[in-house]
Design a protein around this ligand. Structure first.
Ligand SMILES: Cc1ncc(COP(=O)(O)O)c(C=O)c1O
Length: 444
């Protein structure tokens, strides 16, 4: 039997139950036939970009979908198939694809001139809006990505504390050079990292007991995002708050995903209040963005009027297009009511999927919080990967787009019709593939 190229890695067909391997091979072949335009686009791109790719997380075997356009909560691929977009640009696409107020704000900023060579009034307005929202923000600075925001937050914490060690957690993802799934990454920045188990208060307490005075910062996602949508317990985050406070380390919440959980982010909804926070993704109104902020005494070290000021440069940090889009996004879309409703909708979707999986005794589960969730396949790693890809191929064929890794991030324009259609489609998939899924079940 041939190898099956299934997303995160190639799965050897012989690693899988035969019925699952056969179903997956058929689904993958059907995808390849149906999406010939995407295959051609990838082949063309591969002549000038490694693997035709400039963003590794988008790669899926046998080739990723090439999308031509988007409107509202739908995207259309280069072969002309339209899909309901349930991935929402890995959480960054909370507004959908054609939010009129954001387009108008960008056009207005453009009309006033791009790259103004100095300060502008938009940057302070955006900063005011953000400082008003997040409990931990006394002062804030802008960057161009979430990765950059985290890099600057860590550098600031190290300089302010005069310490080197940074505590992060297994499965954490804070950017392409701050990746802690699967034992780290060779492209990570060379900080002195201690990688502790996530959501394990005892392990954190033990580590602090022996190393507390050398720790500059703890960088933590309140819910592991790329690590499978696994929320931390309140007790874990409370213990990190207490341990950092007792030892003078700086607690940094990476809220680049979880800031959508409420008006004041995860910290505003559930607490505790960290010393610093990083945000990004949708707060730039759909344009490239990152920001780091925190307590006045920490962030004021970046004040250029100080003789000991920490430098933080970046040509596009205050670019008017992003600033204008961010302001419009916050004022128009990211209201307390809208975010609460999106959170509730996500909880409902997750409950509906869980019920489906339980009632049909399907080898799947779903984890997450609010509008961000991840479907997992049961069984060993090969089986899990195959189960997720089988579902993705079938959902694509039915017109619903989720990530190969099972991530779903709801966007604001998704309506009840699209959501119900999606849940019904998952139910139909479970019924149609019951033989292959039963075979996988025997492995769990
Ligand atoms: C929790 C988290 N932190 C940091 C990042 C990195 O942000 P960016 O891709 O904008 O550099 C991401 C991106 O997915 C993320 O999910």
């Amino acid at each position: 039997m041939p190898d099956l190229t299934t997303g995160d890695r190639t799965v050897q067909a012989q690693e899988l139950p035969p019925a699952l391997a056969t179903a997956l091979a058929g689904a993958e072949a059907a995808y390849a036939r149906r999406c010939a335009g995407s295959a051609a686009a990838n082949a063309r791109a591969a002549r000038v970009m490694p693997g035709g790719n400039t963003r590794t997380s988008l790669w899926n075997d046998p080739f990723p979908l090439c999308v031509a356009s988007g409107e509202g909560c739908r995207i259309t691929d280069v072969d002309g198939h339209t899909y309901v977009d349930l991935l929402g640009e890995f959480t960054a696409g909370i507004y959908g694809h054609t939010p009129p107020e954001l387009a108008a704000a960008v056009a207005a900023a453009q009309a006033d001139g791009i790259n103004l060579s100095s300060h502008n009034t938009l940057e302070s307005r955006l900063a005011e809006l953000l400082v008003a929202r997040f409990p931990s923000f006394d002062l804030v600075r802008f960057a161009n990505s979430g990765t950059e925001a985290n890099l600057m937050a860590l550098a600031t914490a190290k300089i302010v504390t005069g310490r080197d060690r940074i505590v992060v957690f297994e499965g954490g993802y804070h950017g392409g050079v701050l990746t802690f799934g699967d034992g780290g990454s060779p492209v990570n920045v060379p900080h002195d990292f201690a990688v502790l188990p996530y959501d394990d208060s005892d392990a954190a307490t033990a580590y602090f007991a022996s190393h507390g005075t050398s720790i500059a910062a703890v960088l933590v996602e309140p819910m592991l995002g790329a690590g499978g949508c696994r929320p931390a317990s309140a007790a874990f985050l409370a213990s990190l708050r207490r341990l950092t406070k007792d030892t003078g380390a700086i607690l940094i919440f990476d809220e680049i995903q979880t800031s959508r959980m409420a008006y004041g982010g995860y910290q505003g909804r559930f607490g505790p209040c960290p010393d610093m926070t990083t945000i990004g993704k949708f707060f730039g109104g759909g344009l490239a963005f990152g920001a780091f902020g925190g307590r006045h005494d920490i962030m004021s070290r970046l004040d250029p009027r100080r003789p000991d000021a920490i430098g933080h440069a970046g040509t596009f940090n205050n670019n008017t297009l992003t600033m204008a889009a961010g302001i419009a996004a916050i004022e128009t879309y990211l209201t307390a009511d809208a975010l609460d409703a999106l959170f509730d909708r996500g909880e409902t979707v997750r409950a509906r999927l869980s019920t489906l999986f339980r009632d049909r005794q399907a080898p799947y589960s779903v984890s997450g919080l609010g509008s961000i969730m991840n479907i997992h396949g049961h069984g060993d790693r090969a089986t899990d990967t195959a189960l997720r890809r089988l579902m993705q191929f079938d959902l694509l064929e039915a017109g619903y787009y989720i990530a190969a890794r099972g991530l779903i991030a709801l966007s604001l324009p998704l309506g009840e019709g699209e959501i119900s259609g999606f849940v019904d489609c998952v139910a139909a998939f479970l019924d149609r593939r019951s033989d292959a899924l039963a075979a996988a079940h025997l492995r769990t």
